[in-house]
Design a protein around this ligand. Structure first.
Ligand SMILES: C[S@@+](CC[C@H](N)C(=O)[O-])C[C@H]1O[C@@H](n2cnc3c(N)ncnc32)[C@H](O)[C@@H]1O
Length: 337
C-alpha cells in the first residue's frame, strides 16, 4: 500500500522560524474556512492573539516572505492565498506537527502529564479519554481478522492501544513523517501494526480495503471535509464501520452545536451513510480541567526541560478550551456502511 508524501521540498527553510510557525498555524486555520477567502492583517493578528496569547511573536518577517514568494497576495490591508499556497501550507503543517509531537513525546514530564490526565501515557494529545476509547472499541466490534485504518494516528500510541485491545490489524496514517518514523521505531516487527505517511486530503489508498476506520480528533484538519469523508466511505468494505471523534468550540455568542448540525454531520449526510452519535461534552470538559491542572502543576518541570513556548502552549491548551464551556460540544460518530 502506498500513499503520496507531503511535498516537504516545497518548504523554504527561511520560513521555519518560531514566528513562521505561529503564522502557519494561524493561516492553516484560515485556509480551512471557506468563508475566509480574503482576510485582513488585523483579522490574522486577532486569530494569532487568541491562540498564542502572551507568546505571540512579531510576524512581519515571515509575512513579508510569504508575500514576496507569492504565497500570500496582498491588496491594501487584505490578503488572499496565492495559487501555490496550499501544498506549501500542507508541508509546513506536517513539519510543525512532526516537530511538536516528537518533541513532546521525548519529554519525561509529558509522560507524567499524560498519566495524570488519562491514567495511562499513550502519547495522546488530550482529546479522547480512556472511557471514550472504550466506547469507540465497544461501538466498532472489532475482531482479530479486521483491518482498521487509524486516520491521523500521530505518534501511534492510541493506535497501538486500540490494536492491543481488539487484536485487529491496524494501519496508522499521518502526514507528518517524523511521527510515523517514531511509530515505526517503537513497533518495528509488530505483525499487526503498520504505519504509513499519507495525507487525508488525498487518501490515495485502494477502495474497499478496510473493515473499520477510526479518527481520533483529526478530521478538523481536512481541507475538504466532504471529500475526505466520501473517500473514507469508499475505503470501507461492505459492512464496514467508522468511529470518528469531533469536538466543536464555537466563538462566544454562537449557539452550541448539536450532533446533527456539525460540519462532520453534514459531510456524513452527504455520503448517505447512517450514523449514530454519543455525546461526550461533559467528559471532554472534565478532561480539559484535568489537563489544565496537570499542565499548571508541571509547568516548572516542562520549562526546566527546555520545552519551547509553542510546545508549552499545546499542553496549556486547556486555558483556551475552558473559556465559554457552555458553547462546547463533543461527539463520537459511529457510521455503519
Ligand atoms: C490532534 S492530533 C491527534 C493524534 C492522535 N489521533 C491522537 O489521538 O493522539 C492530529 C493529528 O492529525 C495529523 N494530521 C493533520 N493534518 C493531516 C492530514 N492532512 N493528513 C494526515 N494527517 C494529518 C497530525 O499530524 C496529528 O498527528
Amino acid at each position: 500500500m502506498t500513499e503520496s508524501t507531503p511535498p516537504s521540498g516545497l518548504l523554504p527553510s527561511e520560513l521555519l522560524t518560531e514566528a513562521g510557525e505561529q503564522l502557519f498555524w494561524t493561516l492553516n486555520s484560515l485556509i480551512l474556512r471557506p468563508d475566509q477567502a480574503s482576510f485582513s492583517a488585523l483579522e490574522l493578528r486577532t486569530l494569532g492573539q487568541d491562540r498564542f496569547r502572551e507568546h505571540l511573536l512579531n510576524w512581519d518577517v515571515p509575512l513579508g516572505q510569504l508575500v514576496e514568494r507569492g504565497l500570500l497576495l496582498k491588496d491594501g490591508h487584505h490578503f488572499t492565498f496565492g495559487p501555490d499556497a496550499e501544498p506549501v501550507l500542507t508541508a509546513a503543517m506536517a513539519h510543525f506537527f512532526g516537530k511538536t509531537l516528537v518533541g513532546l513525546a521525548a519529554s519525561p514530564t509529558f509522560k507524567q502529564y499524560n498519566e495524570r490526565v488519562h491514567g495511562q501515557d499513550l502519547s495522546q494529545f488530550d482529546m479522547a479519554d480512556m472511557a471514550q476509547l472504550s466506547a469507540l472499541l465497544g461501538a466498532l466490534h472489532l475482531s482479530p481478522n479486521d483491518t482498521v485504518l487509524d486516520l491521523g494516528c500521530g505518534l501511534g500510541g492510541v493506535c497501538e492501544y486500540l490494536q492491543a485491545q481488539s487484536g485487529a490489524h491496524f494501519t496508522g496514517l499521518d502526514f507528518a513523517p517524523p511521527v510515523i518514523a517514531e511509530a515505526h521505531r517503537r513497533t518495528a516487527g509488530h505483525p499487526r501494526l503498520h504505519y504509513l505517511v499519507g495525507n487525508m486530503d488525498t487518501l490515495d489508498l485502494p477502495n474497499a480495503s478496510f473493515d473499520a476506520i477510526t479518527a481520533v480528533d483529526t478530521l478538523y484538519f481536512a481541507r475538504n471535509l466532504p471529500y475526505t469523508v466520501k473517500r473514507l466511505a469508499e475505503l470501507l468494505r461492505p459492512g464496514g464501520r467508522m468511529g470518528l471523534f469531533w469536538s466543536v468550540k464555537p466563538n462566544a455568542g454562537q449557539p452550541r452545536q448539536g450532533p446533527d448540525n456539525t460540519r462532520l454531520a453534514a459531510a456524513l449526510k452527504a455520503t448517505g451513510l447512517p450514523y449514530t452519535t454519543t455525546d461526550f461534552t461533559v467528559s471532554e470538559l472534565a478532561l480539559w480541567q484535568r489537563s489544565l491542572e496537570a499542565a499548571e502543576a508541571l509547568e516548572g518541570e516542562f520549562k526546566a526541560e527546555g520545552l519551547s513556548d509553542d510546545q508549552l502552549n499545546v499542553v496549556l491548551e486547556g486555558r483556551r478550551m475552558l473559556e465559554n464551556p457552555e458553547f462546547h460540544s463533543r461527539f463520537l460518530y459511529v457510521v455503519q456502511s
